[in-house]
Design a protein around this ligand. Structure first.
Ligand code: NAD
Length: 368
């Protein structure tokens, strides 16, 4: 059988630096676990604009549609700020998300014990935290029509429209239930059914999909404002949270920050299953291209490496190997190794991007 295929789009700034460490990890799985991938690489963002005058060529888009998973570093940088909106680096990323129809955005909030002091919340509230927020990504109020700024009488009015079809809700609900089955089998759906018709429909559809297809998964519903409160009060009560585009935007940012540094946060965006049963998938760290530290060896590669762990779990059904990688990262952190962004106010001596990658490889070796 052919090896699973990966397209690496390292992008700009620290993207290629953190992706170099992911490539080492991919190589390790091929050498030591018999898990070989067919890896191809291409350009996205500013570097693609420099080479081709567009942040994503049609050829690269086509490759992304063909592979089992795309791994992306980061795009953007001050050099490109002057470009027309239509060719800005971020447009490359938006095109990938749109044309691959990546409607389920997975944002884990996982707190490594060694970094629990980094959270703005008390250590006992976040230590061991491991939750997953699934945000609907391609519909809702950011896309609904009518939208715009109009004139009514003698004043202007700004309008956006929250709009969800039953099938849009059902497909993201299925993603949540499928994920829950790979975790602790628990989903909490959040909306505002008390004040929004779209919320009423959301709750009805999630309930129906659950009853007909996923009755083995525990389902609860919560108003999104209460959800925000509960996330800060007692985040460990949750496993998988599924919510719409707008609430998910806010809730996933709040939850992610429970765990500390931007350099630690992975994400996945998933679409419908392909012919081979794997979902269309793009994995990327939450952070950007960090031009302020690009080229200095200070970037933390963990967010990007954790994004590859998500690929192992959600695209390749290798949850045990994903856990091995997460445990290796936990061990390196517990040993006190830190990139510069993970040093607390007391300071210490940071290790470089590649030293962090090497330490994770050593911990992987030790896991055998
Ligand atoms: P950023 O995430 O790049 O950086 C914010 C801060 O966090 C910086 O101080 C940076 O040094 C630090 N940081 C980020 N990632 C880090 C890592 N892995 N290790 C250590 N420190 C890290 O956000 P920004 O500065 O607002 O944006 C910079 C560029 O990135 C812009 O061009 C922006 O448009 C782009 N951007 C891209 C994406 C993406 O590709 N998905 C996301 C956000 C921003």
């Amino acid at each position: 059988m052919a090896n699973p295929s990966l397209l690496i789009l390292a992008g700009d700034g620290i993207g290629p630096e953190v992706m170099d460490e992911v490539k080492k990890v991919i190589g390790w799985y091929g050498d030591k676990r018999g898990l070989a991938f067919d890896v191809s690489e291409d350009l996205v963002g500013g570097c693609a604009y420099d080479a081709h005058g567009t942040p994503l060529t049609d050829e690269t888009m086509e490759k992304a549609q063909q592979v089992d998973a795309v791994l992306l570093g980061a795009v953007g940088g001050p050099k490109y700020d002057v470009l027309d909106f239509s060719v800005k680096p971020e447009r490359g990323l938006l095109r990938l998300r749109k044309e691959m129809d990546l409607f389920a955005n997975l944002r884990p909030a996982q707190c490594f014990d060694a970094l629990a002091d980094f959270s703005s919340l008390k250590k006992d509230i976040v230590a061991g935290l491991d939750i997953m927020i699934i945000r609907e990504l391609t519909s809702g109020v950011y896309f609904g029509e009518p939208r715009g700024i109009f004139t009514e009488g003698n004043e202007r009015v700004g309008i956006n429209t929250q709009r969800y079809t039953e099938s849009e809700i059902a497909r993201v609900a299925r993603s949540a239930f499928e994920l829950a089955r790979k975790r602790s089998n628990k989903v909490c759906s959040m909306e505002k059914a008390n004040v929004m018709e779209s919320g009423v429909l959301w709750r009805e559809v999630v309930t129906k999909v659950h009853a007909e297809e996923y009755a083995d998964v525990e389902l609860s519903h919560m108003y999104a404002d209460n959800g925000a409160m509960q996330l800060v009060r007692n985040p460990k009560q949750f496993d998988v949270i599924v919510t719409d585009n707008l609430f998910g935007d806010l809730l996933s940012d709040a939850a992610a920050m429970l765990t500390g540094s931007l350099g630690m946060l992975p994400s996945a965006s998933l679409g419908l299953p392909m012919a081979n049963g794997r979902p269309k998938a793009l994995y990327e760290p939450v952070h950007g291209s960090a031009p302020d530290i690009a080229g200095t060896g200070k970037a933390n590669p963990i967010a990007c490496i954790l994004s590859f762990a998500m690929a192992l779990r959600y695209s390749f059904d290798k949850g045990d190997e994903a856990t091995r990688l997460e445990d290796a990262i936990e061990k390196v952190l517990a040993d006190g190794l830190r990139t510069a962004d993970l040093l607390g106010p007391e300071g210490g001596s940071p290790i470089s991007t590649s030293e962090m990658g090497d330490a994770i490889l050593a911990a992987l070796d030790a896991s055998l």
